[in-house]
Write a protein that binds this ligand. Structure first.
Ligand SMILES: [Zn+2]
Length: 173
């Protein structure tokens, strides 16, 4: 697992498989950061015009903050970088399918494209338990791409829980 890289500000083209992989690796770097702090390893980056403008790792325990999911942390960082709470045209890369709260935040931020890694059968609100972003009552549409670096993203979660709860079955993997 390559957890040592981190290339904020490196321009890359979006909307192509190779670049989706490359940007997801940036989210994996954040997930490793969470893991190294004993938080559930989920990471996210927000990309605007080919540039990473916000990064975040899951940190509810250390942050004493139930909303401190990777996506929320990355969206807040991106909004500060851009100086706008709307991130119109931006993409978010997240290692695990977003929960309901994060899917809602993605809509509030007007993110145009969501690229996710592992499916989350228990709390994933985009494809697994709900299809919340497809709800016709929303006035904003998000393009959704799932399963990017799926195995790598899922493995981070699986190993994390296997080390903490030997013998226990995890929701992911
Ligand atoms: Zn979430």
């Amino acid at each position: 697992m390559d957890c040592d890289r981190g290339l904020p500000g490196v321009p890359v083209k979006e909307n192509d498989g190779a670049n989706d992989d490359r940007l997801m690796r940036e989210a994996v770097v954040e997930a490793c950061r969470a893991r190294d702090r004993d938080e559930v390893p989920v990471g996210a980056v927000v990309v605007l015009d080919g540039v990473v403008v916000g990064r975040g790792c899951n940190q509810p325990v250390h942050g004493v903050d139930p909303t401190a999911h990777a996506e929320i942390v990355a969206l807040r960082a991106a909004a500060r970088t851009v100086g706008n709470y709307r991130l119109t045209g931006a993409a978010i890369y997240v290692t695990v399918e977003p929960c309901l709260m994060c899917a809602g935040a993605i809509v509030h931020a007007r993110i145009g494209r969501l690229v996710s890694g592992a499916h989350e059968p228990k709390t994933g609100a985009v494809r697994s338990t709900m299809h919340v972003l497809d709800d016709p009552s929303l006035n904003h549409r998000v393009e959704v791409v799932g399963g990017v670096l799926e195995r790598e993203c899922r493995e981070l979660i699986r190993v994390f829980f296997a080390q903490r709860r030997p013998g226990a079955k995890t929701a992911i993997g």
